[in-house]
Design a protein around this ligand. Sequence first.
Ligand SMILES: Nc1ncnc2c1ncn2[C@@H]1O[C@H](COP(=O)(O)OP(=O)(O)OP(=O)(O)O)[C@@H](O)[C@H]1O
Ligand SMILES: [Mg+2]
Length: 388
Amino acid sequence: MALVLRPSVIIADEPTTALDVTVQAEILDLLRRCRDEFGAAIVLITHNMGVVADLADTVAVMYKGDLVEQAPVEEVFATPQHDYTRKLLGAVLRLGEGQERRSQATLVTEASSSPETAEPELAVHAQDLRITYPGGLGKPDFTAVDGVSLKVPAGKVLGLVGESGSGKSTIGRAVAGLTPVASGELTVLGRSMAGARERQLKKLRRDLGFVFQDPASSFNPLLTIGQCLAEPLIVSGEAGSMNSARARVTELLDAVQLSGAFADRFPHEFSGGQRQRASLARALALQPKLVIADEPTSALDVSVQAAVLELFQSLQREFGFAAIFITHDLAVVDLVSDQVAVLRSGQLLEHGPTDDVLSDPQDPYTQRLLASVPIPDPAEQRASREAS
Ligand SMILES: Nc1ncnc2c1ncn2[C@@H]1O[C@H](COP(=O)(O)OP(=O)(O)OP(=O)(O)O)[C@@H](O)[C@H]1O
Ligand SMILES: [Mg+2]
């Protein structure tokens, strides 16, 4: 719509946030063509340094309302002047870093424990899972998840990736018992979800933490964050009253690096990153065995994203919960997950150890996803465009 009248200036405010990288690459190409074909100037507002490197000629960096730096893109990436710019660039995730970290971690564990041969205990086991949404009057049901089989071993993290609408959140909701299973088998923490009764689900939900895709709307706006965090403690009987929940709430806020004073604020008084942390705290309130995190960092700038991811990892190591980490960002998957599953149009294209899938993707869609990850380096971007 913004392009209809062939404008001479296009202002694009986070045009690709929450898109998977293949669609993101198409949008960036479109913007580039507008620039080249009818000479449009573009003001691109983004927190994604890969996108900046891909499209921008000059970069202006804002910090707390001030313009702290402005220079040609190559200069900003090569010799950033301001501390915040350096922090932004330092926090950019690159593919391959997770692999390095993982191999170091394996070295440590291999030296200290003997190899396990037994089949690992599974937190989630889906076999030929199908999930449908009812169609409208006279319309057939819509199959959102079609014959998916996957496993999440206890204490391990599965990265669930795929383009928008591929069925990621639907799987997450089914695992939590929020969406019914149409056919196939779904076992979560040893309980079968197909035809499960609400009473059985109640027990399961105690062991399950959910970080919703949109934390702005998943907190009750009428309760303070302290009350939101106390609620699961009281409902589960863990705490007898608001007062006795108080100490645990402070502890939880502390675990996600928010000061106890935040307990008295309402959800809208938090920044995006703080709300994500509060959401993580709520998911961890009852020390779950399984956490489902649905795009917990997609709306955050890279420095906040890095902090939230680091926190997620350290909490995961400390509490040892299994997790399904839903994201469209492969660099995030690379960092946090042991296993990856790639979805497309409700079907599972690929499922295996993160290193294998990312270094040797078998399916053309996964290969395209990997090839479309914007490299946070303007010189490399230019070179690869000229080569193609
Ligand atoms: N309540 C619903 N009723 C009907 N169809 C739905 C419903 N919720 C989701 N869908 C459809 O099911 C499919 C999968 O949706 P889902 O929310 O699981 O996608 P996703 O992979 O999480 O996407 P995104 O990355 O955009 O969050 C989509 O085609 C969507 O339009
Ligand atoms: Mg989703």
